[in-house]
Design a protein around this ligand. Structure first.
Ligand SMILES: O=C(O)[C@H](O)[C@@H](O)[C@H](O)[C@H](O)COP(=O)(O)O
Length: 253
């Protein structure tokens, strides 16, 4: 890892534009380097933040983007719980990622088959790599410290073979999901967590500063060669004592 950066913004409203600039800058870098930008999306508040901020960037060209999902809920696309469905309605309709550049699950399959099918799609999209290396993964963290659909104390935390795994007993509904596993997450060139609001303060302290007991899932995201950012707001940072960056709203990360 090339060093973790914890960056604190006064509010979520000021974090949003900085996140969009970060996405755009890593996209530019990837396009120059290898002609394509691969982006892994997550649900939660990222959906509305990205849907507001990315289309607002001037001259954003997503025609060579590949968008996948760090995890997905096994529900039909027209179900309000579908992460793909939310992004389709709120973001994909506003930016020019080609349909062929969006890698979604097949929600008609069983959870086991769905994970295998999604892993196959990912491998086909990254033919030169044994394990797909995403340019950027955007992650959220639940109040229990979960990220993707990797939940505390779940056996999937120890998965070492599969790049995508099924989960049939998610403690957070809906119970059936597919998720990237740590072996793939930790190979990404850049991982960015976004976490805001005072309810996240206790778990952020535990994840970023450590504590007793096994590391929470979000703390186990440690890219082996890539960058790691935690973009948080002041309420979420309230309990932290570690050194953080406070770059202001015009931050270029
Ligand atoms: O799949 C899910 O159930 C959610 O997407 C969930 O994992 C969410 O990403 C986190 O709880 C962070 O949520 P916030 O972005 O709202 O903090």
């Amino acid at each position: 890892m090339s060093g973790r950066r914890v960056v604190v913004f006064p509010s979520a409203a000021e974090l949003g534009p900085a996140l969009a600039h970060l996405v755009a800058s890593r996209a530019d870098k990837a396009l120059l380097d290898h002609g394509r930008f691969s982006l892994g999306l997550s649900g939660g508040s990222l959906v509305s933040m990205l849907s507001k901020e990315l289309p607002a960037l001037p001259d954003l060209d997503c025609s060579h983007w590949l968008a996948g999902f760090c995890d997905e809920r096994l529900v039909p696309f027209n179900d309000g719980e579908s992460t793909y469905g939310l992004y389709k309605n709120q973001l994909f309709s506003k930016i020019n990622i080609p349909d062929s550049g969006i890698l979604a699950i097949d929600p008609s399959l069983s959870v086991q088959e769905c994970a295998e099918d999604y892993a196959r799609k990912l491998k086909e999209a990254f033919p030169k790599e044994d394990i797909p290396v995403f340019d950027l993964l955007l992650l959220g963290m639940g109040p229990d410290g979960h990220t993707c659909s990797l939940f505390p104390d779940h056996p999937l935390l120890e998965e070492t073979q599969k790049i995508v795994a099924p989960i049939g007993d998610s403690p957070k509904p809906p119970p059936q999901r597919v998720t990237m596993t740590f072996p793939m997450v930790n190979l990404a060139r850049c991982v960015v967590f976004v976490s805001t609001g005072g309810s996240k303060a206790p778990v952020l302290k535990q994840v970023l500063e450590g504590g007793e007991g096994p590391a929470l899932p979000a703390a186990r995201v440690v890219p082996s060669h890539g960058e790691l950012f935690w973009l948080i707001d002041e309420p979420a940072a309230a309990s932290l004592t570690l050194q953080v960056e406070r770059p202001g709203s015009a931050a270029k990360l």
